[in-house]
Design a protein around this ligand. Structure first.
Ligand code: FRU
Length: 310
């Protein structure tokens, strides 16, 4: 484990203002929630948190802010031992999300406010010493910059005879982000985006995406809520559907997708699992995440992660 190089997670960090509600609020009413808190959120930021809780070494690379409101995020990154040494800083206020969790179902409704907060650029990324890392994870956004960052990792692999693995979290803007996929080893494709494409199942999504990517096709993973997750191993041309891990109670589904992503990276990279075993572990991490608020309880899986895919 000590020989495993850190993972670099590239993307956003935001503040999540979370309220827990008896039921979903009616429009134009004034009501009290049952409880609430704020926490660090954002896709790559949550992936970093969960990877740390599972026991991996992680650096986050995203735009940080000097604004006072951002202090809570910096403190949290620091307390969790997530490296931020490469991150550029802006004076702008951080992006935030209002999150409504409904107690009865654990559903989360996110309203995100970004206000054109700056995104990290290739100019920032190229200063990083990639030799430090064994895996680089990207969010599929700002495709013009991200494509250059991914190509820089590929170039590093060629020039240094190394094999840094590259994953992509693909959740939005299909046409713009599609060109990123062929450059990665693993793409996790969201069911929400699949539905927007008119793809009706995780299996259909894997094959439809693969056919739009040929001949440069990564392994494709498509989580599909309680029905489980599908994966298409394009190296061995093998399709599998992996059953979901169904917890006996659901409390908070915020960040379940990010927890899946982190579980997948951890199982593939650190535990050296096969694709379908890694998806199974990812299902388990996501399934455990939703049994409680926040992310800290995910550390409970660390102790028995060797047994996790059994
Ligand atoms: C959950 C999340 C939240 C954040 C939102 C941004 O997946 O990362 O933490 O508010 O998505 O879209």
């Amino acid at each position: 484990m000590t020989a495993v190089k850190p993972v670099l997670c590239v993307g956003c960090t935001v503040i999540d203002f979370v309220t827990i509600n008896e039921s979903f609020p009616t429009e134009d009413t004034d009501r009290r929630c049952l409880d609430g808190y704020w926490q660090r959120g954002g896709n790559a930021s949550n992936v970093s948190t969960v990877l740390r809780l599972l026991g991996a070494n992680v650096d986050f690379f995203g735009m940080l802010s000097r604004s006072n409101g951002f202090r809570v995020l910096l403190d949290d990154l620091d307390q969790r031992g997530i490296g931020i040494q490469h991150c550029p800083k802006t004076e702008k206020d951080p992006p935030f999300s209002s999150v409504i969790i409904v107690k009865e179902t654990g559903s989360r409704t996110i309203v995100h406010c970004n206000k054109n907060y700056p995104y990290i650029t290739w100019e920032d990324f190229r200063k990083i010493d990639l030799d430090r890392y064994g895996w680089v994870h990207f969010e599929a956004r700002q495709s013009q910059e991200t494509i250059k960052m991914i190509k820089t990792v590929q170039e590093h692999n060629r020039n240094h005879n190394s094999n840094i693995l590259i994953s992509l979290d693909f959740e939005t803007t299909f046409e713009k982000n599609l060109p990123l996929c062929g450059l990665c080893d693993y793409v996790v494709f969201s069911s929400e985006l699949a539905s927007q494409q008119g793809w009706k199942s995780s299996q259909e999504t894997c094959y439809a995406l693969a056919s739009s990517l040929k001949p440069e096709c990564p392994s494709i993973i498509c989580p599909w809520g309680s029905t489980g997750a599908a994966c298409l191993d394009t190296v061995f041309n093998k399709f599998s559907n992996v059953a979901a891990f169904k917890p006996d109670h659901i409390v908070d589904t915020l960040g379940a997708g990010d927890s899946f992503m982190a579980g997948f990276i951890y199982a593939t990279y650190v535990m050296q699992c096969s694709l379908s075993d890694a998806v199974s572990f990812a299902n388990r991490v996501a399934g455990h995440k939703i049994t409680d608020f926040g992310y800290d309880h995910i550390a409970e899986l660390q102790a028995d992660n060797k047994l996790a895919t059994k």
